[in-house]
Write a protein that binds this ligand. Structure first.
Ligand SMILES: CC(C)(COP(=O)(O)OP(=O)(O)OC[C@H]1O[C@@H](n2cnc3c(N)ncnc32)[C@H](O)[C@@H]1OP(=O)(O)O)[C@@H](O)C(=O)NCCC(=O)NCCS
Length: 144
């Protein structure tokens, strides 16, 4: 049974931002591709503490951890799933000039704008991942 447990428990790293014994944000990374790549998931900052640099600090700490564990790339999957879509990749034909659409990408209010500020670039898109016209947007950054 121990071995099954070991297989079921992912080798993830979770970090929390704590203030006065209270968690105000937290995030995690999960190794993929034999540890060459780390997926950043989840990430959240308490709603009343957003836009104060806490998310940036958690991501920087997660990147350091991934790098120390031998990661070469870190990536995040950011769903554009709300309403009619927040980004310029919502409700468009992904099979028509996707490179052009990525080049002229506009995040609107979507969290991809946060990752772009932190140096992440769009490295892929999954069309209709969350329903018709609602893509999942993959953003990545080199740890090398
Ligand atoms: C996304 C999230 C983690 C950002 O955390 P945060 O603590 O508010 O971010 P920071 O204050 O560290 O922001 C760093 C920079 O990104 C900018 N930024 C933050 N959110 C942004 C957004 N949605 N779009 C564009 N830029 C954004 C900030 O203005 C800041 O820019 P500056 O350095 O020029 O001042 C937070 O908004 C959150 O918890 N959202 C809900 C959960 C979520 O979407 N998680 C991500 C799942 S993929």
């Amino acid at each position: 049974m121990d071995e099954i447990n070991e297989l079921l428990i992912p080798e993830n790293t979770l970090l929390a931002a704590v203030e006065n014994d209270t968690v105000i944000g937290w995030g995690g990374i999960l190794p993929k591709y034999n540890g060459n790549v780390f997926e950043l998931h989840p990430l959240v900052v308490r709603i009343d503490r957003r836009n104060q640099g806490i998310g940036r600090a958690i991501v920087a700490a997660l990147e350091d951890s991934a790098r120390m564990q031998g990661g070469l790339t870190i990536h995040v999957a950011a769903d554009d799933e709300k309403g009619n879509g927040e980004t310029s990749l919502a409700n468009v034909d992904m099979y028509d000039d996707l490179p052009g659409k990525i080049k002229s990408f506009s995040p609107g209010s979507h969290q991809s704008g946060f990752y772009i500020k932190l140096g992440y670039k769009i490295i892929g898109v999954m069309p209709d991942a969350n329903g018709v016209g609602k893509p999942d947007i993959y953003l990545g950054k080199s740890l090398r």
